[in-house]
Design a binder for this molecule. Structure first.
Ligand code: GUN
Length: 281
C-alpha cells in the first residue's frame, strides 16, 4: 500500500512556489499578497489561519490577517472586502469559514472580487470550474486532485466516488475528476447503499465529516482513497476513513493528519500566486 505523504508533497509544492515568487519579484518588482479575514475566536479557525499566514510568509508572499470579534456587523466586513478588492497589493482574499450566524455567507462570498477569490467559492469561479474555464479552484479539492494525479496520471474512464456534496469539497472535486474523464458519482448522507457505490470505485474522496465511516470491506482492491475528514475523538484526530482497515485493502491512502491538510494550505498559496499572475496580464 502506498501511504500518500501529503506533508512531503506540500513541502515540494511550497518549494516550487517559493522559487516562483522570487522570479515574479524580479520580473514585477512586487510579490503576491494574501489577506485572510478571521471573524470570531473559534479555535480551529484560529489554528488554520495561523498556519496559512505562516506558510504564506515562508514562500515569500505578503500576508495579512484581519481579525474581527464575533459581534462585528456585516456591513463593516463587506466594506473591508470592497476596500481589499480595490487594493492593488492584495492578490487574494479569503474569509475563513464558518461565519457567525448574523453574517450572510453568500453575501460575503459574492462581494469578493472573483479575480481575488482564492477559495474558488464565488459563483463566477464555481461556474468557470464547471464549464472548464480558467478560474480559482477550491484549495482542498485541488490538493486532493494533485495527490491523486501523483499516484495515477491517467484517470480516463475510472470510476470516482465522492462522499459528501459540499461546495468546498465534494462538488468541486467531482468537477475536477469529470474533467479528467472519470465517471463521477456524488454520494451524501441520504445515499442508499453507500458501501455498494464505494465498492465500484477506483478513486474515493471522503469529505463527509463522519469519523471512520469508510470501512475495509467498502473498498475495491487497488482503489485510491483520499481522506478529507478531520474528526476529533478520544484517541485524537481521525479521518472519515477507517485507516487500519482500509490500509490493508487500498492501493494508496492518505493519512489523517499529514495527508490532505498540508496540501490545502499549499494550494491556497498556489491560488494566490495564480491570481497575482492573472492580474499582471
Ligand atoms: N474553513 C475550513 N476550510 C476552509 C476553506 O478552505 N476556506 C475557507 N474560507 N474557510 C474554511
Amino acid at each position: 500500500m502506498i501511504l500518500i505523504d501529503g506533508k512531503k508533497a506540500a513541502s515540494e509544492l511550497r518549494e516550487k512556489l517559493k522559487q516562483e515568487v522570487v522570479e515574479l519579484k524580479s520580473k514585477y518588482n512586487k510579490v503576491p499578497g494574501l489577506t485572510v479575514i478571521l471573524i470570531g475566536d473559534m479555535t480551529p479557525s484560529q489554528i488554520y489561519v495561523r498556519n496559512k499566514e505562516k506558510s504564506a510568509n515562508e514562500v515569500g508572499l505578503k500576508s495579512e490577517v484581519i481579525k474581527y470579534p464575533d459581534s462585528i456587523d456585516e456591513k463593516t466586513v463587506l466594506n473591508k472586502i470592497s476596500e481589499l478588492n480595490n487594493d492593488e497589493t492584495v492578490s487574494g482574499i479569503l474569509v475563513q469559514l464558518p461565519l457567525p450566524k448574523h453574517i450572510d455567507k453568500q453575501k460575503i462570498i459574492e462581494t469578493i472580487d472573483p479575480s481575488k477569490d482564492v477559495d474558488g467559492l464565488h459563483p463566477m469561479n464555481v461556474g468557470n470550474l464547471s464549464s472548464g474555464y480558467q478560474g480559482s479552484i477550491p484549495c482542498t479539492p485541488l490538493g486532493c486532485y494533485l495527490l491523486i494525479k501523483k499516484i495515477e496520471s491517467n484517470l480516463v474512464g475510472k470510476k470516482a466516488v465522492m462522499i459528501g456534496r459540499s461546495n468546498l469539497n465534494g462538488k468541486a472535486m467531482a468537477q475536477l475528476l469529470l474533467q479528467e474523464d472519470c465517471t463521477v458519482t456524488i454520494t451524501h448522507s441520504k445515499t442508499k447503499n453507500l458501501r455498494e457505490e464505494c465498492l465500484q470505485a477506483d478513486v474515493i474522496v471522503a469529505a463527509v465529516g463522519i469519523k471512520e465511516l469508510v470501512k475495509g470491506d467498502w473498498i475495491k482492491k487497488d482503489a485510491i482513497v483520499i481522506d478529507v475528514g478531520i474528526n476529533k475523538t478520544d484517541k485524537g484526530i481521525v479521518g472519515d476513513v477507517d485507516f487500519d482497515e482500509v490500509s490493508k485493502v487500498a492501493r494508496a491512502l492518505t493519512p489523517v493528519p499529514g495527508g490532505v491538510g498540508p496540501m490545502t494550505i499549499a494550494c491556497l498559496l498556489k491560488n494566490t500566486i495564480e491570481c497575482f499572475k492573472r492580474s499582471q496580464l
